[in-house]
Design a protein around this ligand. Structure first.
Ligand code: NAD
Length: 503
């Protein structure tokens, strides 16, 4: 393709596409074709300034807009989204590579949070107590923070921003979203639809870029809070940098999610679940199952059932009715494939090798098929690293105790799942496992919108999870008001320099 003809993805600031001043551009690929189809602008510090200024200018009017009017905009946005989500799914598939039904599913999960936010007037009501002291009343209100920054990863270009933005907007904040530079277009599409729904210009802005854009947001005095989702090293960096600047931060990081299978589990259910959770979206999910820990007694049987199912997975272009698409970039595909090479050398057994895949798609696509590595040693990098691709590591354990110890031994604590028929084992697992999200006979336990999403340990920095009640908490700050209206106003009560007591 003639490089001169490649479309450029602009920023979206104050209600319109903006070229900005930054001269740098990043490549955007169609992973199933293996070609660069677009370029994205990479912000300079001056572009960060423009985006934050637009959000800061829009804040007072949006904060002062009535609940009824704010809710009406979000409701209209939902209706428009329902009618046009196929367009958005096609954008996701063309830049991320995941298959179209999976792209639609991620939109639906994001939309759940939007629907949750439609009840915001009820959830952000504050409280009122009459006569807390004689003749004194107290009440609390939840007020917005101001300009908030959202920084999102490549693997969910719609769902992850939607974990935050409906709640941020419903509570009266204005937003600068910095999406992943690998699949930037969905964010602009959302910005356009919000505008069509009646969102005033400047309330929601999209700033494209890389570390320069993120650093600009982290250090900007007008940005009050940062919601970050990405890999653990960057999450830690974002958390440390932004809290140093006095900002409120929730920084969700990487994962290595274990699925433990006990001998009493339904092995067909466990096999289906392991395959879906390991290879859906080519393993590029922070809640993907990447380690299968199975009790020895049923290990060979379960691995056999999984291998049979893996042979039925159709890998190819996500627009052709396949089950699993390509990886996001060639570089990432090669990095994931390097782990298979490593497994061959470190004594693990590569039972199904995704490098042999025959995809239904262009030869240049970033293909890697489902891979199963059995008898993985705990010291192997296949076990220790977050690979973020279609590689399932199998580890054999003696029993529930050893399984729980294994899950708790790693640095991450995002999700963990147990497959069993025993209530007692399930109860022990959910109590003792050190992870933020637990599945019992559910392999990808992403909480619904009215619970909250977030991991423990190295999987999340900050103490407030995404969406649900904790999301409302994150995007508001409470003000407590104590008031007295003496009637009739008494004579002068005299001086009392003691600390006020409630009587
Ligand atoms: P990433 O950390 O490379 O990038 C995330 C965001 O940070 C992007 O917007 C990127 O532009 C920006 N960024 C990258 N390097 C940066 C740096 N040095 N300084 C400042 N900003 C930087 O992550 P990714 O590859 O886009 O996404 C995959 C990762 O995200 C995986 O580790 C996955 O587990 C994690 N993830 C976690 C969750 C969760 O909820 N815990 C959800 C989705 C993805």
């Amino acid at each position: 393709m003639n490089v001169m003809n490649i479309p450029v993805v602009d920023h979206f600031i104050a209600g319109e596409p903006v070229e900005g001043v930054g001269a740098r551009l990043g490549p955007v690929y169609d992973p199933a074709l293996g070609v660069e189809t677009k370029r994205v602008r990479l912000a300079d510090p001056a572009d960060v300034e423009t985006a934050v200024a637009a959000a800061a200018e829009a804040f007072p009017a949006w904060r002062d807009t009535s609940w009824a009017r704010r809710q009406a905009v979000l409701f209209t946005f939902r209706e428009l989204l329902n009618g046009r989500k196929h367009e958005l799914a096609e954008i996701i598939t063309s830049e991320h590579g995941k298959v179209l039904p999976d792209a639609l599913a991620e939109i639906s999960r994001g939309q759940e949070v939007l629907e949750f936010a439609l009840a915001m007037p009820q959830m952000a009501k504050g409280g009122y107590s009459e006569n807390v002291s004689t003749g004194v009343d107290a009440h609390s209100v939840l007020q917005p923070l101001g300009v908030v920054g959202i920084v999102s990863p490549f693997n969910f270009p719609v769902m992850v921003p939607m974990w935050f933005l409906p709640i941020a907007l419903a509570t009266g904040n204005t937003v600068v979203l910095k999406p992943s530079e690998k699949d930037p277009s969905a964010a602009n599409w959302i910005a356009g639809l919000l505008k069509e729904a009646g969102l005033p210009d400047g309330v929601f802005n999209v700033l494209h870029g890389d570390r320069v854009a993120v650093d600009g947001l982290l250090g900007h005095p007008d940005v009050q809070a940062i919601s970050f989702v990405g890999s653990t090293p960057v999450a830690r960096y974002v958390y440390e940098s932004a809290t140093r600047e006095g900002k409120r931060v929730q920084a969700l990081g990487g994962a290595k999610n274990h699925m433990l299978v006990l001998p009493d589990a339904d092995l067909n259910l466990a096999a289906d679940s392991a395959v879906n959770a390991a290879f859906g979206s080519a393993g590029e999910r922070c809640m993907a199952v990447s380690v299968l820990a199975v009790v020895d007694a049923v290990a060979d049987d379960l691995v056999g059932r999984i291998v049979t199912r893996m042979k039925g997975i159709r890998v190819g272009d996500g627009r052709r009715g396949c089950d699993m698409g390509p990886l996001v970039t060639r570089e990432h595909r090669d990095r994931v494939a390097s782990y298979i090479e490593e497994a061959e050398k470190d004594g693990s057994r590569v039972v199904v090798d995704g490098r042999d895949v025959a995809p239904d798609g262009a030869a240049e696509g970033f293909w890697l098929g489902p891979t199963l590595v059995d008898r993985v040693a705990l010291g192997s990098r296949v076990y220790t690293d977050e690979i973020f691709g279609p590689v399932l590591a199998v580890v054999r354990v003696r029993d529930l105790d050893e399984g729980i110890a294994l899950v708790n031994g790693g640095p991450y604590g995002n999700g963990a799942a147990l497959f069993t028929a025993a209530g007692g084992a399930a109860r022990r697992f959910q109590r003792e496992v050190q992870a933020g999200m637990i599945g019992i006979n559910v392999p990808v336990p992403v909480p619904v919108s009215f619970y909250s999403f977030g991991g423990w340990k190295q999987s999340m920095f900050g103490d407030t999870k995404a969406y649900g009640a904790q999301g409302v908490h994150f995007f508001t700050r409470e003000k407590a008001v104590t008031s007295r209206w003496p009637d009739p106003v008494p004579d002068h009560e005299g001086l009392d320099l003691g600390f006020p007591r409630n009587v």
